[in-house]
Write a protein that binds this ligand. Structure first.
Ligand code: ATP
Length: 200
């Protein structure tokens, strides 16, 4: 089996940036955000079940899921939210496992923003957490998404605390520095993981 390195971190911590740096070494990346979209593509079990529950009004005219309508529909509707999670989480998990089994690089990365919150690190052999100071996190997310700091702070509050996330980590990559520093840290970790991958 391929060694699976879980990659997580708070909003705007640099998960995508770090994953891309590992990708430059030819490492297979399995991205939970992409899979979460794939399991509700037209003609999937996921989308069919959502339409069965909420009606065809939940679709855009091109037959794809109207995500903002779905967000509105589950807002403050805990039961519906639970139903949706009960539907999607197993489908996402199944697809993650299937993609892991197809990985051909010496190890693969499983990128899950809410890994610790959903206890998905159990699907990995090691957990790598991208860690940044909160002020850096807020500045970078604000600059990237052009949103107010309050908006970023609200999302931060809904995520696992920095302390809890770091406590679950086997490796922590600090991303307070510049891109060159980050690249060097990824290079070191890549060497470490390559060595470890022979054990799996
Ligand atoms: P999200 O959880 O919101 O998807 P993320 O954890 O994937 O975010 P990225 O999108 O990789 O984070 O990074 C957030 C922003 O910070 C991006 O605009 C990225 O280019 C920038 N960034 C990441 N690392 C650095 C760095 N070391 N120096 C400067 N900018 C950085």
């Amino acid at each position: 089996m391929t060694m699976v390195i879980g990659l997580t971190g708070g909003i705007g911590s640099g998960k995508t940036t770090v994953a891309n740096l590992f990708g430059d070494y030819g490492i297979d990346i399995i991205d939970a955000d992409i899979i979460a979209r794939e399991v509700v593509e037209p003609s999937t079990v996921g989308l069919n079940a959502i339409v069965g529950k909420l009606g065809a009004d939940i679709l855009l005219t091109d037959g794809t899921l109207d995500r903002s309508k779905l967000r509105d529909a589950i807002f403050n509707e805990q039961q519906l939210k639970d139903w949706l999670n009960g539907l999607l989480h197993p489908l996402i998990r199944e697809k993650m496992l299937s993609n892991i089994s197809k990985a051909t690089s010496p190890y693969c990365l499983l990128v899950v923003p809410l890994m610790v919150e959903n206890n998905l690190q159990t699907m990995t052999h090691r957990l790598l957490v991208v860690d940044v100071d909160e002020s850096v996190q807020i500045d970078r997310t604000q600059a990237r998404d052009n949103v107010a700091p309050e908006h970023v702070k609200k999302i931060l509050m809904a995520q696992a605390s920095r302390q809890n996330r770091n406590a679950a980590a086997d490796d922590i990559i600090s991303n307070n520095g510049n891109s060159a520093e980050l690249k060097n840290k990824v290079a070191e970790l890549h060497q470490k993981y390559i060595k470890m991958s022979h054990l799996y």
